[in-house]
Design a binder for this molecule. Structure first.
Ligand SMILES: [Zn+2]
Length: 113
């Protein structure tokens, strides 16, 4: 599926210099001049070092989490179709609708209207 984001997998770079922050890298788009380009930098402070690393791990999993969300929504869609289920509200908070909302937010591209 075409997305606007850098292709995964993304990895948290454990070798990153503390002065410049932690890097989340995308090895799938490596080139000769950029062997493992960064897609995100997480700035750290001594107080939040562990939190920053946890944030980096979460960011690094974003492409995989998005893919799992798509798969889960597709499975739920099949169950909904077989059961003839329809959401009754535009503000529905069922899991299928919540997955649709987070997927749409993740897939939103700036060139879209
Ligand atoms: Zn719903």
């Amino acid at each position: 599926m075409k997305t606007g984001h850098t292709p995964g997998p993304w990895v948290l770079d454990n070798r990153t210099d503390k002065r410049i922050g932690l890097k989340v890298r995308a090895p799938a788009i490596a080139t000769a001049s950029a062997p493992c380009p960064a897609v995100a930098t997480i700035h750290t402070t001594p107080r939040s070092r562990y939190e920053a690393r946890a944030n980096g791990r979460l960011i690094a999993q974003a492409p995989d989490l998005l893919e799992v969300a798509r798969l889960a929504r597709a499975v739920l869609e099949e169950y909904r179709r077989k059961a003839g289920h329809k959401c009754l509200s535009t503000n529905c908070d069922c899991v299928w609708c919540q997955l649709g909302t987070v997927i749409a937010k993740a897939e939103w591209q700036e060139d879209q209207p």
